[in-house]
Design a protein. Structure first.
Length: 464
């Protein structure tokens, strides 16, 4: 049996050693999930699913501290932010309970033509079938909730593959599901390598794929799906911000600091490219650099830490290379710019890196924010829209007309006005367009996507 060591990103110490699942485990999980879905007599009634989810909320609420420590230790997100993640995860289960009563069909009009007389037609929504979920490391509990709970709520069996760097939160959640009374086979965690997990994508018994990760991997996996398998892909971006000359500077800087350096920038909608009107660019850049330089970087289990490590040492190497390339090409470092250790990188603010630098054209996924000066708003928007990524964006201004016009012109699935790009609540639609993904997340939206519509038509001479 192959073993996997789970280590702390901050110092590399081993947290736990677990056994990897293999291809036989994958086949058993798919077979069991498929058997459950094919046998409608084995389907869990709605009231039973609701009771299980209510028990999950109760159990998670009693283990907040433990769940927080597991997530912070394996994922590297600071303790305070990890606690917020756990609370969000609990609320995500509550949202699924609330939304379940909204999964419904409707009446289709009949009798509008002679051939449709004496008929009644209705639609209903059924579980889509076996759901396969492949998750990412940066929210080791909340992403698991988003990729399993909607399926469980609507009655679809689900198999979840957590990131190999952060499987412990998922395994703990599996224990909670079992304690809550979820029968065997309805939610299975598989900790396996990419080769053994390929079947979770290609097998024709998979009805729906939920993938969170890089665009390169996501679009490749989509090309491997069996005919008829639906999917949702959530990739990253290089989130742009447009700052007008009338923006309020102090709240703007506070917001950009949070949106840019939360979880060391390892968020798919982190603030990355900030286009600031030339009349206030220098002051905004300097104030942001000052704020960033004051952030406490360190051990995520230390409750004073504000910025933790990157997930792997090689990510520190990559961020360092990208920053150095930008500097070599003319970017000015206002703060940071260097590694602090093999796992931590200084919160960094770069001024006017060139458009062809990697920090300007690719997702950084690290604690780096780039500031660009502009004098023409439409040109700034054009640059903001110039990449293949399109996820969340934001605009800062006190002028409502300017805010709405900028919102309309930005290529994004969501535009925040006077707030940072990383804002999210779990009942809103969340997902990318273009290279940033396909399909929409958010608890309620995922529940809808994990069902499919069926229509039935009643014909009777007694109908008018």
């Amino acid at each position: 049996m192959q073993k996997l060591e789970i280590t702390r990103p901050f110092d590399g110490t081993v947290i736990k050693e677990i056994t990897l699942n293999n291809s036989d485990d994958v086949e058993r999980a798919i077979s069991r999930a498929y058997e459950l879905f094919q046998d409608q007599d084995a389907w869990l009634p709605s009231h039973q699913r609701l009771a299980i989810l209510e028990k999950v909320v109760h159990l998670m609420s009693g283990q907040i501290e433990q769940l927080t420590l597991i997530a912070a230790e394996e994922g590297g997100k600071p303790y305070a932010d990890s606690k917020v993640e756990v609370l969000r995860a609990i609320n995500g289960v509550k949202l699924s309970i609330e939304h379940l009563s909204q999964i419904k069909g409707g009446q289709i009009p009949m009798g509008l033509t002679e051939s449709s007389q004496n008929r009644l037609a209705y639609t209903l929504r059924e579980p889509i079938g076996v759901v396969s979920s492949i998750s990412a490391f940066n929210h080791p509990l909340n992403l698991i909730i988003h990729q399993t709970i909607p399926a469980i709520a609507v009655g679809s069996p689900v198999i979840i593959k957590p990131a190999l760097t952060t499987p412990l939160s998922c395994l703990k959640f599996m224990e909670i599901l079992k304690q809550a009374g979820l029968p065997e086979g309805w939610c299975k965690c598989l900790v396996c390598d990419n080769q053994d997990s390929e079947k979770l994508v290609t097998d024709p018994r998979i009805n729906y794929l939920s993938f969170i990760g890089s665009s390169k991997v996501g679009w490749f996996l989509r090309s491997k799906l069996s005919p008829g398998t639906r999917c949702a892909l959530e990739h990253g971006g290089a989130a742009p911000v447009i700052v007008a000359e009338d923006a309020e500077i102090e709240p703007l800087v506070d917001s950009l600091t949070k949106g840019g350096f939360y979880h060391a920038g390892q968020v798919c909608v982190s603030v990355q490219r900030v286009y600031v009107h030339e009349s206030i660019c220098q002051v905004v850049a300097e104030k942001l650099a000052e704020k960033a330089s004051q952030l406490i970087v360190g051990d995520p289990l230390d409750k004073q830490t504000e910025v933790g490590p990157l997930i792997l040492p090689r990510e520190v190497d990559r961020v360092e290379e990208w920053v150095n390339e930008a500097i070599d090409k003319g970017a000015k470092v206002l703060t940071g710019g260097k590694r602090l250790s093999s796992s931590c990188f200084e919160p960094t603010v770069l001024l006017n890196p060139p458009d062809d630098a990697l920090v300007s054209k690719s997702e950084i996924f690290g604690p780096v924010v780039c500031i660009y000066s502009y004098n023409d708003r439409l040109e700034a928007i054009k640059k903001a829209n110039s990449l293949a990524f399109a996820f969340q964006a934001s605009v800062f201004t006190k002028n409502l007309d300017r805010a709405l016009d900028t919102m309309k012109r930005l290529n994004a699935t969501a535009v925040m006005i006077n707030d940072h790009t990383a804002f999210r609540v779990d009942w809103m639609p969340f997902g990318g367009r273009d290279s940033s993904g396909i399909g929409m997340g958010g608890i309620g939206y995922s529940m809808e996507e994990m069902t499919r519509e069926k229509m039935f038509v009643i014909k009777s001479s007694a109908l008018i």
